[in-house]
Design a protein around this ligand. Structure first.
Ligand code: SF4
Length: 240
């Protein structure tokens, strides 16, 4: 296997894929017309990860899964296909903070997207520039069923920083009703609000079955329920 590509950390982004238009499939913006940039790389290894191509050499040829895009490359793409909502996802986008800052500031200057959301695991603190430039962080702290040790997946100072930014929503990936107790403990300990519960699953029948199981218990806790709209529509297709 070829070694991973290394980018200029300020000028370029290491990207797995860029695609759209499609719909934002998860969380508060579900159903919005959206474009996605999926950044390459993740420092975690959730057992059920739905984007292993961003970081898992056991399942993917990582050299083939990454490409270097300059900020100007991405701006040109956005200029040619205007975005209402741009979603920056991963992988873990906050592993590339400086280039991301430059991208978001340029998008704002050139008015190339109405809103920008960054999806993150909540284990890396965002910079002040990113907090200022982003519309919202969709933060997804991982639960025990991810297979990660607690100290890998729960970083108290980062959760508090994100909560204090005033721009975070908390989207928990849940497999079964009992997982909601773990969510409750995190929500109470770190003051996380608002809370969205999303079923784990990469096929429509699993997503729907888990949503049906979770619906009433989520309502009882006064939280929100997210689907995975892209999975209901297109199953596990990439680039949708
Ligand atoms: S944090 Fe996200 S990208 Fe990283 S391993 Fe977990 S699910 Fe996959």
């Amino acid at each position: 296997m070829k070694p991973p590509v290394v980018s200029d950390v300020d000028r370029d982004l290491v990207v797995n894929e860029a695609f759209g238009p499609t719909f934002q499939g998860e969380g508060p913006s579900t159903g919005r017309y959206a474009h996605f940039i999926r950044l390459f790389g993740c420092h975690l290894s959730c057992t059920w990860c739905d984007t292993p191509q961003t970081h898992d050499p056991a399942r993917h040829d990582l050299a083939a899964e990454q490409r270097i895009l300059s900020i100007e490359d991405i701006l040109s793409w956005l200029a040619s296909t205007p975005a209402d909502l741009l979603v920056i996802t991963g992988g873990e986008p906050l592993l590339q903070p400086r280039a991301l800052e430059r991208l978001l500031c340029a998008i704002r200057e050139r008015e190339l997207a109405t809103d920008v959301e960054i999806e993150t695991s909540g284990t890396i603190a965002p910079t002040d520039v990113l907090i200022s430039a982003v519309t919202r962080f969709n933060v997804s702290p991982k639960l025990a069923h991810s297979g990660l040790r607690r100290r890998q997946r729960i970083r108290p100072a980062v959760l508090r920083d994100l909560a204090g930014s005033g721009k975070a929503v908390w989207k928990f990936v849940v497999q079964q009703v009992d997982d909601l107790d773990e969510v409750q403990e995190l929500v109470g300990t770190y003051g996380l609000h608002p809370v969205w519960i999303m079923p784990e699953g990469t096929d429509s029948s699993t997503v729907l079955a888990r949503m049906r199981l979770l619906a009433d218990p989520v309502l009882a806790r006064r939280w929100h329920l997210s689907t995975r709209l892209h999975t209901l529509l297109w199953e596990n297709s990439r680039g949708r």
